[in-house]
Design a protein. Structure first.
Length: 550
């Protein structure tokens, strides 16, 4: 009886293990193994093998495998063919690193139903005896004068054609593993990265058309929920159009409000005014257009997505577009001309770098100030009762110089997170905490007010963090772009250029800024009425605080 039961269990196990598997399952597992070996296996990380060609060869064998057992054997034989991995004891670094492991998970070695115990054991052994020398395909070097993360020695494929299945899969496999091992904020994404791979794979191995493939390349990068992250390709202009309306908009309450004019003459031709409220574009509401296209619009948070969605709402290939708009309480239809970017002839205003407002309140237009201007700025504003730093655009590199004026002593303001190239996928806290300011008995004694909104991204957010160290400081405005850290851009394959945030930035207490942004002490957002009345409601609120202290 016992022998019969045991035999039944063995046959049942074999039947389960040998069940047919899908193309998506096989390719997802192959992608993960290929990427792991690329950054871990000592006989691969040394660059001695054409790793792309290895993928193309193994894909042919993977396609033939019809059961999990056959697939596992194909992968295991491949791993074995790469050469012996010698066991060694990894030396302990001189200074103990403090690790951050919210991104790190190699448990798929043993949890994948497609892998035999023997294959799982081999992968684990490679992890434990991974490459400890220089990486051929990736490097991370601080203080090099360039973005520290660099993907190296990737073949460009100048003859890339979207119809080539193996190159489409290579593009996906490259990108997925770049993010898997080197995106510091992977743990904050809305969707699990493994599930993204499963969901997106059919669009790469069997796309319906070139458009489907191209948009998949864009869409997968948007899933990073990172304002720095998107993939650019020329075909986007073919699909969404390369002509613009001559105005800038802000989306408020699912309406597009004109907040500035790119060119006064073109605006006059099109009868456009600041404060016009556009409710429909070619018969579709703004809400409908957002729902339809937001999967192609980058953003760490909702304000960032709304800021970046203008092209997906208004751009087109035709020379004009019909809009429904509201002006002076009346709704009407009109046709707006659209223009190639170079034909917009955008008029950039020359704003004052700083000025003194009524009530002895200083105002600094931060995106206009260079480091050489700071001595004159200090001289002009040192005796004001308060200074409003308008940080709603990208400031120039004056952060540390300004902080030396605002602080009486050095202050900690940021902590960084870096990838461990010797253990890909793991991150560690950079030694020390970034400081700004210096010992300065003549520091600024008045109130410091920082203005922020969704246009403040990356360097502007770091800048705000440094300003927050001032003794008397208040942040006024709304949620920032939520993409703090260096923006790294590189080609995935010919015709597809991508970007994402490559190292982490936190407050000294390890509080996150990614996706959250810089949280204002006093929240205020522009209103449609305020825009129509020509008000800067954020600035007005800052002036009120400077005068009243509340």
């Amino acid at each position: 009886m016992k022998k019969t039961l045991l035999l039944v269990l063995v046959l049942l196990f074999q039947n389960v293990f040998s069940k047919p598997i899908t193309e998506t399952q096989k390719l997802a597992a192959t992608c993960k193994v290929w990427g792991f070996l690329k950054y871990y296996h000592p006989k691969v990380t040394d660059g001695s093998k054409n790793w792309d060609e290895q993928l193309f060869q193994i894909l042919l064998k993977v396609e033939e495998a019809q059961t999990s057992e056959a697939f596992s054997l194909v992968i295991e034989n491949w791993v074995t063919s790469l050469g012996e991995v010698k066991a060694y004891k990894i030396s302990t670094p001189a200074s103990k690193r403090e690790y951050f492991d919210k991104n790190f998970d190699l448990s798929w070695f043993s949890k994948n139903d497609l892998f035999s115990k023997s294959l799982s054991k081999k992968l684990k052994f490679i992890e434990e005896n991974r490459n400890q020398g220089k990486q051929f395909y990736v490097d991370y070097e601080l203080n090099s004068g360039k973005i520290p993360l660099q993907f190296n020695n990737e073949i460009k494929y100048s003859d890339f054609k979207w119809t080539d299945k193996k190159l489409r899969l290579l593009a996906l496999f490259r990108y997925w593993n770049y993010i898997e091992y080197f995106f510091p904020y992977k743990y904050q994404m809305d969707e699990n990265w493994d599930k993204v791979l499963i969901t997106m794979l059919p669009r790469f191995y069997a796309p319906e058309s070139e458009k489907d493939f191209v948009l998949a390349m864009r869409e997968i990068s948007i899933k990073l929920n990172d304002t720095h992250a998107s993939t650019q390709m020329s075909q986007l202009f073919d699909y969404f159009g390369d002509k613009f309306i001559p105005a800038d908009v802000k989306i408020i309450d699912e309406k597009a409000v004109i907040i500035s004019l790119k060119n006064d003459s073109l605006a006059k031709i099109n009868d456009l005014k600041v404060g016009d409220v556009i409710t429909k574009v070619d018969g579709k509401t703004i809400a409908e257009l957002l729902k339809e296209n937001r999967k192609y619009v980058e953003g760490s948070n909702e304000p960032s997505v709304l800021k970046n969605a203008y092209w997906a709402i208004f751009n087109g290939k035709t020379p004009s577009v019909e809009v429904e708009f509201v002006r002076d309480g009346k709704t009407a239809l009109k046709s707006l001309n659209r223009y190639k970017y170079q034909d917009l002839k955008i008029q950039f205003s020359n704003n004052e770098k700083w000025k003194i407002l009524e009530g002895n309140i200083g105002y600094v237009n931060y995106d206009e100030v260079d480091e050489k201007d700071v001595p004159d700025l200090i001289k002009a504003l040192n005796n004001t009762s308060a200074i409003i730093f308008d940080n709603r655009m990208r400031p120039r590199d004056v952060m540390f110089t300004i902080s030396e004026w605002l602080n009486s002593e050095p202050k900690e303001f940021a902590k960084f997170l870096d990838p461990d190239i010797s253990y890909p996928g793991r991150y560690y806290w950079r030694e020390g905490i970034e400081k700004c300011g210096k010992n300065n008995p003549d520091y600024y004694k008045g109130t410091v007010i920082v203005l922020l909104d969704e246009k403040a991204v990356s360097h502007a957010e770091m800048n705000a963090m440094s300003l927050q160290t001032a003794p008397k400081v208040k942040v006024i405005g709304s949620q920032t772009g939520g993409a703090d850290g260096g923006k790294y851009g590189f080609p995935i394959i010919k015709g597809f250029y991508t970007t994402f945030t490559c190292y982490g930035v936190f407050y000294p207490n390890k509080k996150e800024t990614q996706r959250i942004g810089i949280v204002p002490d006093i929240e205020i957002k522009p209103t449609i009425l305020g825009i129509q009345q020509g008000k800067d409601e954020i600035l007005d609120r800052a002036v009120l605080f400077a005068k009243s202290g509340k």
